[in-house]
Every structure is written in structure tokens, then in C-alpha cells.
Design a protein around this ligand. Structure first.
Ligand code: PXL
Length: 255
């Protein structure tokens, strides 16, 4: 079992590609990873960003997929419209099943995307995705709706659900995730129970959650079951966290 993460590098080890790789590994999925951008940051602030040339990122993807039989990928920080369009074309070329974490801004407030990213994500990447996993801030940016409560989050999930199955994560509301899926003959809105944890060790929770969903999909779980398991996995990683970040290998530390 193998998965690919296409995401940015956070040297603090908490978010981005390191969070994805740790999560894949912890869940028994072999991690492969293509870096889209370097960041100079710690858990408190993003100082600066250096994007990798999209042509070079395309080469990295091509080389990995030439060797490995990979069906599932996830994206994190893509930073530029050019990167988004290139990744969307690779998803089509290789018929990848894709989970999109629509990373725009770090939890610390640092900007991880260029201005036109929202439009490009909606136009090119979400329509080729199996799932997107926005938090409420990302869902607000993607829909233009203000999200103050769960009803607002449901509206945003339904709006984004026109583009691809969507889970609006509840970490900034009451802890419940909202899942919306629409197909030709069925539209469904569901809730995945969760709780708000009083913890400072949350840097990288969005990355960890979306990587965990991807890993469970690779392992053959249904989409809804993958969302449930990923929510539990992320909760435990936060509970066992330290240094402001999650501990994805919490299971290794269990007696
Ligand atoms: O949490 C979103 C995120 C994604 N990718 C990178 C990040 C962060 C947050 O800091 O640094 C590289």
C-alpha cells in the first residue's frame, strides 16, 4: 500500500509534507512525497516561502509514478495557480484519486498561497478530486460565505459539494465534521462526531487529518469510514502531541 503527498515543507516537522509522511507511515501506508514549496517557519510564524518551479515538481511526479503503482494522492500547500493547474493535469494524466487539503493560510496566520489560488482550486483541482477537507476558514475563502455556526458550515459544504465531495472540519466550531456528497441520484449531508480538545499541540492537524483520510482510502475503507477513522486518528495525535504539534506515531507509544 502506497500513497503520494504533493505538499509544502514545514521544517518544524509539524505540518506539511512531514506530517503527511508520518501519518502515512503510522497507518501502514508507504509514503512518497513531492515538495511544492519550502517555508521558513516555526509553529508560531511563517517567515517566508520559496516555491519550487512547477516544471520541476511535474518532473518529480512523473519519475515517482513511472516506478510506483500509485492510485491515491493528496495535496497540501500548492501555493500558486500554475502549480494547481499542473497538478490537476497530472491527476488526469495518471488517473489519480485525489484528496485536496485546500491550504491557504497557516494556523499561525502566515500566508501559504498566492491571491488567485482560490479561483484556480475551484476551477481546476476540486472538479478532479475525490474529496476536499477545508476547515471553516478555508471553506469561507472558497465559498465567500461567512461561517459562524454549524448551519453556515453546512451551507458551505453543500456549495463546495457541487464541485466534489466535501468535509468541512469542525475543529474551529463544535468539533463535529460535516460531510456533503452529491451524485446524479443522491445528495447526502452527514455528521461525524468529534470534540474540541483543549490543546496547544494542533499545528499540522489539517495536514494530518487529510493524510489520514487518504491512508484509510488506500487501505480500502469507504469514504465515510475513512473520515471517521481519520478523525479519531487526528484526535489521538493531538492528545499525544508536544512542541505545539501532533504526534502521529502515538500508537507506538501505547503500552
Ligand atoms: O496547515 C497547513 C500547512 C500546510 N503546509 C505547510 C504548512 C502548513 C501550516 O503551517 O506549513 C507547508
Amino acid at each position: 500500500m502506497i500513497a503520494l503527498s504533493i505538499a509544502g515543507f514545514d521544517p518544524s516537522g509539524g505540518a506539511g509534507i512531514l506530517a503527511d509522511v508520518k501519518t502515512f507511515q503510522a497507518l501502514g501506508v508507504y509514503p512518497t512525497a513531492v515538495i511544492t514549496a519550502l517555508t521558513a517557519q516555526n509553529v508560531k510564524q511563517v517567515e517566508s516561502v520559496e516555491s519550487v518551479n512547477p516544471d520541476f515538481v511535474a518532473k518529480q511526479i512523473d519519475l515517482i509514478l513511472a516506478e510506483e503503482d500509485i492510485n491515491y494522492a493528496k495535496t497540501g500547500m500548492l501555493y500558486s495557480a500554475e502549480m494547481v493547474e499542473m497538478v490537476a493535469s497530472k491527476v488526469k494524466e495518471y488517473n489519480l484519486k485525489l484528496v485536496v487539503d485546500p491550504v491557504l493560510v497557516a494556523g499561525s496566520g502566515g500566508v501559504l498561497s498566492q491571491d488567485n489560488l482560490v479561483e484556480t482550486l475551484k476551477k481546476h483541482l476540486l472538479p478532479v478530486a475525490e474529496l476536499t477537507t477545508p476547515n471553516i476558514h478555508e471553506a469561507e475563502a472558497l465559498t465567500g460565505l461567512e461561517i459562524k455556526d454549524e448551519d453556515d458550515a453546512c451551507k458551505a459544504a453543500c456549495e463546495l459539494g457541487k464541485l466534489c465531495p466535501t468535509v468541512v472540519t469542525g475543529g474551529h466550531l463544535n468539533g463535529r465534521d460535516i460531510f456533503y456528497q452529491s451524485s446524479l441520484n443522491e445528495k447526502s449531508l452527514g455528521f461525524i462526531d468529534g470534540e474540541i480538545l483543549k490543546s496547544n499541540n494542533t499545528h499540522g492537524s489539517g495536514c494530518t487529518y487529510s493524510a489520514a483520510v487518504t491512508a484509510y482510502l488506500v487501505k480500502g475503507l469507504s469514504l465515510v469510514e475513512s473520515l471517521k477513522q481519520a478523525s479519531y486518528f487526528t484526535k489521538k495525535a493531538i492528545e499525544n502531541g508536544s512542541h505545539g504539534t501532533l504526534n502521529q506515531i502515538w500508537r507506538l507509544n501505547q503500552p
